[in-house]
Design a protein around this ligand. Structure first.
Ligand code: NIG
Ligand code: FE
Length: 390
């Protein structure tokens, strides 16, 4: 393998608190990073960097771990411009809009769906995302859910079965029948393609008992649970997620003290998705309350055509800092190491010996500029597994 030293890094975020300033970000000023093929083998002050076969000059830019976007819904067709327009004219967000995307997705060919996933992934990559999760949930038949997951698996290992996004319109009069399908034939067809099982636990989607049945059935098939929880209203989702040791409870917008206590006591990451609150004009999740209680927080895009049509983690970081009162350090950690925790991964989201060489260069001296200079395309270079890809 060829070794590469990247030097002249103004500030390096390692997310290894044993390095640099000893903060959770493990921030090293005037840093170097050494890669061996697709792995990081050394990180630290440039003055102490070991020799390598080749040298790359970061020219005073900041280097951060590639973003880990642990929540997106990319297998879909069409868009919902009219719905967004109506919302910005005062209409409330309703999960029922999902049906519009279900119809467009069912009508699309495999090639169209795959091209869409590739297109949004390319967008995300150019904005610094090197690991992403994506879900089904716009098919809602055995065939359409399985095909969505098969297509997702062509693009990522982090694939989530969300047959329980809403009750399929085909089962409008028989929601119990739909839960039987999601926990039966649909699960059988989907499990081979997926790592995770998810459910939208919300009024108008699935209640606590239905969500428990769906997640438990998925677990029995070897899938690991994650939950769309407490997005539009208070409810049982967060506590169910902790009880079932879900990797992540996502949204967490409406939380009781008992919900926060449950998250603080368990292994479930709270994934915050401020693109959704931005695009639905909803109230912001209380990130400070979660962080101050010691909850592990991830920050992701929720990229989907209804509630959050952004693939940009930098945009979400800016929102998290400005509107959810996270510090720039907390937001950066949550979008990298936090996302990795939400996917139960230790090989990504950090730049320390042994981790994957997934790195994002910023045209700025530090990661703070991601929030300080919102909307500015600061991602100047992206490497995945030691290879420059954007
Ligand atoms: O995470 N909440 C459920 N699902 C998506 C929205 C999907 C849609 O509106 O199409 C979300 O926000
Ligand atoms: Fe979502």
């Amino acid at each position: 393998m060829t070794t590469t030293v990247i030097t002249n890094i103004a500030s390096l975020v390692t997310n290894d608190p044993t390095l640099g300033d000893g903060s959770p970000l493990g921030l090293v000023q005037d840093a170097a990073l050494v890669l061996d093929g697709d792995r990081v083998v050394w990180a630290g002050p440039a003055a102490q960097a070991p020799a390598a076969d080749q040298r790359v000059d970061a020219a005073g830019r900041a280097v951060i771990p590639g973003f880990v976007d642990s929540h997106s819904h990319l297998v879909f067709a069409g868009d919902r411009t009219a719905e967004f327009n109506a919302r910005m004219s005062g209409q409330a967000y309703k999960a029922g809009g999902i049906r519009t995307t279900v119809a467009a997705t069912r009508a699309a060919t495999d090639a169209e769906l795959s091209a869409n996933v590739a297109r949004y992934l390319e967008e995300a990559l150019r904005q610094g995302t090197t690991t992403f999760e994506t879900k089904s949930g716009y098919g809602l038949t055995v065939e359409d859910e399985a095909r969505a997951l098969r297509i997702a698996a062509e693009h990522t290992d982090e694939v989530t079965y969300l047959g329980a996004h809403i009750v399929s319109p085909d089962y409008a009069d028989d929601p119990a029948g739909y839960v039987d399908l999601v926990t039966g034939a649909m699960l059988d067809a989907c499990a081979p393609y997926a790592r995770w099982v998810d459910v939208f636990c919300e009024k108008g989607a699935f209640d606590g008992d239905q969500a428990r049945a769906i997640l438990t059935a998925g677990k029995a098939k070897g899938l690991l649970p994650r939950v769309h929880a407490n997005q539009l209203s208070y409810g049982p989702g967060v506590q169910l997620a902790v009880e079932l040791d879900a990797a992540s409870a996502d949204h967490c917008t409406h939380l009781t003290d008992a919900d926060v206590d449950a998250l603080a006591s368990g292994n479930t990451v709270a994934t915050l998705l401020p693109g959704a609150e931005f695009s639905t004009r909803a109230e912001w999740p209380d990130a400070r309350r979660l962080l101050d209680a010691g909850v592990t927080v991830a920050l992701s895009t929720d990229c989907n055509p209804g509630s959050s049509f952004t693939s940009s983690v930098p945009f979400c970081i800016a929102l998290a800092v400005r509107d959810m009162h996270m510090t720039p350090d907390e937001a950066l950690w949550s979008a990298t190491a936090g996302g990795a925790a939400a996917l139960r991964r230790t090989d990504v989201g950090r730049l320390t010996p042994g981790t994957r060489a997934d790195l994002t260069f910023l045209a700025a001296p530090s990661h703070v500029h991601l929030a300080y200079r919102p909307g500015v395309p600061l991602v100047s270079e992206v490497w995945r597994r030691g290879v420059r890809v954007a």
